[in-house]
Design a protein around this ligand. Structure first.
Ligand code: SF4
Ligand code: SF4
Length: 323
């Protein structure tokens, strides 16, 4: 989902995005960042706040953490400008909403400025456990069914980016939040170099290279969405549809912190901690591919792949992956 920016305005002959104009008008710029625990909402917020502060803006930041584990809502308000009185963005006053999870993005839409707000959202869907109506393959979920096209009708400018897949293709799924930072950077007039400098201070040292690449891909995605003709727009994630599949569990033992959450909550009781205290699949035949373990693992140590299958049915297998 993307669209031209009808609210672009100019000052002194230079094209400025609405947020830059807001700063000139001595209004604070309001960026709301939302997602669920474990996705890196706070890192996005801190990188932005630090960058704005380094440029001499007054910055106010407030954050609410949900569950420390994956699944709980996390949101952060970042406000910066010549002067900022309150750390909280009122409803309908966010210049930009950055959502690291699809349903969270939709839930916070009323906070966007209705006439100029920019919506940047990962199409990643993290379905909370209570949304699973039953555990059979293809079962309905009590979860948002809106498509990117439907959401576009409600925002002035929107980008629904498959940031998680982009990060996965780069070899580090945790860099999805940085893909979105790249997208965000296209709507704020800090230079790419300044963003990269700020990012390098907030990501683990050994992941700087992959995160900078993720940042550049996010920028390129938005650039293409803004300039490409309709038939050459970046691909969006289609709404999930049921098809026969085989389940493959990808376990990264080095990332498993032995917290036992997946073992306790797997509805089929087919996971356990082995002698090394890392998780393993005990009975592949029982695994339905429900993804609860993937959604709940705070450390991204399990990925559930649903590979296309010729015949209906579920066949599970596990593989240990070394990063
Ligand atoms: S191992 Fe994971 S995907 Fe398989 S049934 Fe258990 S929670 Fe669901
Ligand atoms: S795989 Fe994740 S949820 Fe399961 S025990 Fe390891 S860290 Fe905990």
């Amino acid at each position: 989902m993307s669209g031209p920016n009808p609210s672009n305005c100019s000052a002194g002959g230079v094209q400025l995005l609405p947020v830059a104009a807001a700063a000139k008008a001595r209004e604070p710029i309001n960026v709301l960042i939302v997602g669920v625990g474990g996705q890196g909402v706070i890192m996005v917020s801190k990188a932005l706040a630090s960058l704005a502060q380094s440029k001499g803006f007054e910055v106010k930041q407030s954050e609410v953490h949900g569950m420390a584990k994956r699944g709980g809502t996390v949101f952060s308000h970042v406000r910066f400008g010549p002067q900022v009185w309150s750390p909280t963005i009122p409803k309908g006053e966010a210049d930009i909403l950055v959502a690291l999870e699809w349903a969270e993005g939709l839930r916070w839409l009323p906070f966007l400025k209705p006439d100029s707000g920019i919506f940047i959202c990962d199409t990643k869907r993290i379905v909370p456990p209570f949304a699973c109506l039953d555990r059979h393959p293809g079962a309905l979920l009590r979860y948002s069914r809106e498509t990117p096209a439907e959401v576009k009708a409600h925002v002035v400018e929107g980008y629904a980016i498959d940031a998680t897949r982009i990060a996965e293709e780069l070899g580090n799924v945790r860099a999805a939040n940085v893909v979105l930072i790249g997208a965000l950077s296209m709507s704020l007039d800090f230079s790419a170099e300044d963003w990269e400098q700020a990012l390098s201070e907030f990501v683990p040292k050994k992941t700087i290279a992959v995160n900078l690449e993720a940042f550049r891909l996010g920028r390129r995605w938005v650039e293409r969405a803004r300039t490409a003709p309709p038939d050459a727009q970046p691909a969006e994630t289609p709404a999930p549809a049921y098809r026969p599949y085989k389940v493959r569990l990808e376990i990264t033992p080095e990332w498993c912190k032995s917290c036992d959450i997946c073992v306790k909550l797997c509805p089929e009781r087919c996971l356990r901690l082995n002698a090394e205290r890392t998780v393993e699949l005990t009975d592949a035949a029982k695994c339905t591919g429900c993804r609860l373990c993937e959604w709940l693992c705070p450390d991204f140590a399990i990925r559930v792949h649903l590979d296309a299958a010729e015949a209906p049915g579920v066949v599970a297998a596990a593989e240990g992956i070394r990063p």
